[in-house]
Write a protein of this length. Structure first.
Lengths: 222, 222
DNA sequence: ATACTTCAGTTACAGCTTCTAACTAACACA
DNA sequence: TGTGTTAGTTAGAAGCTGTAACTGAAGTAT
């Protein structure tokens, strides 16, 4: 485990695990996580079904691994999308459009982490930490900008968040930033989740414009 | 079919169909639609598995029926929530809080229509019509109020919607109302979908306050 | 070098799923 | 009383997850 140079067995094991995950991803991308079949993966790899259980305790463990990978990939995507020196507004805009591109590229990957939870699956603590890492990127940016609560309910929320901020306990962002980061997240998710779930198809308008307006509504609040 | 008084066979058939759906609903409520098992329903009813195929062509047809029922139920809930004479603001507030209550009462029912689509399932045209019926209730209210686009992106969206309004073709609401209804929908969905999917658990804040702020942000825009 | 242990992969199987095919038995109606 | 419709049956194909028991190869220790 702590070895810098891994044994050949461990290397082989890791390689097969990666191959399994690669096949799992193509399956998720096409049919979604709920239809993921370990048997089908084994068949594609030319091995028997039960052989996969040497590498993953069960189906849920494989799915959990995919969820964590998805979080990490989104985190990397955001890190790659922002230019460190840029203004917070520019960084938020970059993260917003990167998120939608990431979601539309592989809708089922987005739904895997933000859609209907697959029955029986329990999010591991690591997933919560990765989600917090994403949130931290938003908080970093919002902490650098000002933004007034636009109505009484928003003010009430902001006051509430001043004392209910365990989810951002180790981040110095003020309540206003917490509120705007949360709002940013839910507004973007509201648009993109309905889009990837196909709820806009047939409505004949451009979801990209709605998405842009929603992102701007939080970042460039009047 | 067109008979006002149905034959005893048809009545029996309808009764069994309803019983199947009732069992399906309790199953959906506990484990979600993706884990719905026709076999398990048959066992609960004391009949053999294949007998159910007399009443539903296949699993997807049963799920489709549940989806349509859910839409109808949400529509009725909204109709019951609003008081006709009330101000549009009051009606929108009533629909918003009714929606969240409806979603939290049976999370999987909300996810059935607004969550990850179950693989293989294709939304029937009737579902689109029912969704349009829900949207019409929002449009009715927003058409009675004023609301300015708060930034350039929102203005661009509003202009776009002036010429891309097939989804509200038979509704006289102006572009501003279309924009606000759409925004209302996605903002409420953004909060409630993350809430029912469990993404707020462990964050230790009250989603109800965020939900209220989001609803107000569209209805009581400054 | 030989013996021992670890482990990847195998087949067989239990138990679950959807769904089809063929058959029986009850009912409606003329 | 006869005929056609239909609700239900069992049998079974083909798929799934997951367990048990076994084989054979690779790594490790003596």
């Amino acid at each position: 485990m702590g070895d810098a140079v891994k044994s050949p067995r461990a290397r082989y094991r890791e390689q097969v695990r990666d191959e399994i995950k690669a096949h799992a991803w193509t399956q998720v991308a096409t049919t979604g996580a709920s239809a993921l079949s370990l048997n089908a993966i084994a068949k594609q790899m030319g091995i028997s079904g039960p052989a996969l259980y040497r590498y993953f305790r069960n189906r849920d463990e494989l799915i959990t691994e995919l969820v964590l990978d998805a979080y990490r990939d989104l985190y990397d995507t955001w890190r790659a999308a922002v230019t460190p020196g840029d203004s917070p507004e520019a960084r938020l805009a970059a993260m917003a459009s990167a998120l939608r591109r990431w979601a539309l590229a592989t809708p089922h990957r987005y739904l895997l982490i933000y859609g209907t939870p697959v029955p029986g699956y329990a999010a591991p603590p690591e997933a919560t930490e990765l989600a917090a890492g994403l949130m931290a990127l938003l908080l970093d940016a919002f902490a650098e900008t000002e933004g007034k609560a636009e109505n009484e309910a928003a003010t009430a929320l902001e006051h509430h968040l001043a004392t209910h901020r365990q989810w951002a306990a180790d981040h110095p962002a003020p309540p206003s930033a917490l509120r705007r980061a949360l709002t940013f997240w839910t507004r973007l998710h509201g648009v993109v989740s309905l889009e990837v779930a196909g709820h806009f198809t047939g409505m004949n308008f451009d979801p990209g414009l709605l998405y842009a307006a929603e992102g701007d509504s939080v970042v460039n609040a009047p």
